[in-house]
Design a protein around this ligand. Sequence first.
Ligand SMILES: [Ca+2]
Length: 378
Amino acid sequence: MFRPSPAHALFLPLLLSALLAATSAAEAARAPKKPGHAASSTAAPAPSRYRGRDDVKAFATEVAERRGLDSAWVLATLEQAQWQAAVTRLIMPPPPGTAKNWAAYRDRFVEPSRVAAGAAFWQAHAAELVRAEKAYGVPPEIVVAIIGVETFYGRFVGGFRVLDALATLSFDFPTGRKDRTPFFRAELEEFLVWCQREGRAAASVKGSFAGAIGLPQFMPGSINRHAVDFDGDGHIDLQRSSADAVGSVAHYLAEHGWQRGLPTHFEVKVPVDTADRAALLAPDILPSFTAAQFAERGAALPAEGAAHPGVLALVELQNGDAAPSFYAGTQNFYAITRYNWSSYYAMAVITLADALKTARTGKSGGSSNEKVRAQSGG
Ligand SMILES: [Ca+2]
């Protein structure tokens, strides 16, 4: 669930980044790290770039003190980290001038193989999905769709050692984009806390180039704050326990404002007046206007949307050179953007969820707005 920026999220969705990570890791594994010296260094690990560095030592001391960890263990763990060139490349923003295209983005995720695999995941974990909906109010198709967009239901969870990824981004964040060193140092701290609590060897945990872990690609801080032990075995394991992954995704959304039974969005006809349109677009994806305020600005909602008691956001999704798509997002649309700060991501999840529900039940909609679809003839 790490996205350096919405633009990054748009052009490097997690599956893609996971694929890149796997590819890069595979390439790294094939390429000798020290050409010409491979034979002589087969037994000894490569020397760590993070051994003997003052900034690493200072970080270890601070973290140990703040979190009540053994400082020798923290330092010894950090000294196992290896700098990863691929991580510094993958964290960079997309090339400038790349046009946003919702239709192309959607088609990457809402396609037959991902729908079929999602229906199988749903069938295999139906009991946990029902239990998660009872506990947190999030319907199964939304949970399955998020895991599907993130990692293709656990197929692509990233091939980097999380310790390497987070150390590289904490102590050697590359120049050329906004510095996120504080963010990654906080995540590295949370990762150390999690490893200590779960008794995991830090160097054995794999994840994305940004340090996201498991089927739902939670960052370590999100694991510590929002993940749940949903199979009751006393551990939070988002890599091997699908139940923990399902429960944690639903719990995360509930903690970020998901409301049981609320549609995610409504269709909307945007105002013709450009000033009215700009006013409704100004708060971006933060729901800020009542249905009456939409109407006052000339935005037309279907009957269900016009009767919606909460606030709405006017969401614009660009389609390259073609006309943009507009939706009226509810609090539940916004909750999905707390998982990944992108309206494109949220709409892809919702569209995949609808396809999954159709595949499972033979009926469309449910998570969003089948009535509106019917009214608009779409
Ligand atoms: Ca568990």
